[in-house]
Ligand binder design. Structure first.
Ligand SMILES: Nc1ncnc2c1ncn2[C@@H]1O[C@H](COP(=O)(O)OP(=O)(O)O)[C@@H](O)[C@H]1O
Ligand SMILES: [Mg+2]
Length: 235
């Protein structure tokens, strides 16, 4: 079982979005996935709830935020029952975050590549490293550049990639692009894969193309994250 935790003390960086996209892509790849929604906002629980009410099946399980005292027990209890546990964390440092990180095989820190979000992501890296030190183990992490420009790499993204390489901060080589489809899945409580059919027959070629690009990008990001986990296991 692999445990992937999405962490960043700043809200709105894309933790919930990337957690959901990853869950769908891993499920599509044929593995079993459980989302542990540790954010008090319960966005993913709500997303799943809306689907249940509408009679739509979801290809993964979603568990609600456990009590702080139960986080570790719940994660450990999933071993053998699911291939991947994806944990969506709240936008503040808390005991729940520390407990979840203590079990993480990979911490993913999403951020928009700009000077406002970079310092927050640096704090998230420190938190992961500090938690690892406390436990006397290395907690692998990667930054995930989110809301990247679709058409070209901005100078801010380029600079961030150079700076992080120089300072040996790990960044996923593929960025998650800013796409309307990634917001729409929340509004419509849908999977990315369902957006195409929900467009209807009158959809233009461009609309379909945008969704296909979003699917492709989500798949690439998920593949890179899965590769990281496998490399770490092999090492
Ligand atoms: N790559 C993206 N493209 C378009 N919208 C995005 C993207 N990533 C996040 N968003 C939107 O930004 C907002 C904040 O993202 P969210 O995943 O909820 O952040 P967090 O969980 O870190 O607070 C949401 O409205 C979400 O739909
Ligand atoms: Mg969130």
């Amino acid at each position: 079982m692999y445990v992937i935790a999405f962490a960043n003390p700043k809200g709105g960086t894309g933790k919930t979005t990337s957690a959901l996209l990853l869950a769908e892509q891993i499920a599509l790849a044929g593995a079993s996935v459980t989302i542990l929604d540790c954010d008090p906002n319960q966005n993913l629980v709500e997303w799943g709830h809306k689907r249940k009410i509408a009679g739509r099946k979801t290809p993964f399980n979603i568990l609600p935020r456990p009590d702080e005292s139960e986080v570790i027990e719940i994660i450990d209890g999933l071993d053998g029952k699911t291939d991947y546990v994806i944990i969506d964390l709240e936008g503040t440092a808390s005991q729940v975050v520390t407990f979840a990180l203590s079990r993480a095989d990979l911490a993913v820190i999403p951020l928009e590549p700009n000077s406002v979000e970079a310092p927050h992501a640096a704090k998230a890296v420190q938190l992961v490293n500090r938690t690892g030190k406390m436990l006397n183990r290395n907690i692998p992490y990667t930054l995930l550049l989110n809301r990247a420009n679709a058409a070209f790499q901005t100078s801010e993204e380029r600079e961030l990639r150079v700076e992080t390489t120089d300072s040996h901060v790990k960044v996923l080589p593929v960025s998650l692009i800013r796409r309307a489809a990634y917001t729409k899945i929340f509004g419509e409580a849908s999977l990315l894969d369902e957006l195409r059919s929900s467009l209807g027959k009158r959809a233009g070629e461009r609309e379909i193309e945008q969704i296909d690009k979003a699917i492709l990008n989500a798949r690439e990001v998920a593949q890179k994250l899965m590769d990281l986990l496998e490399q770490k296991e092999a090492a």
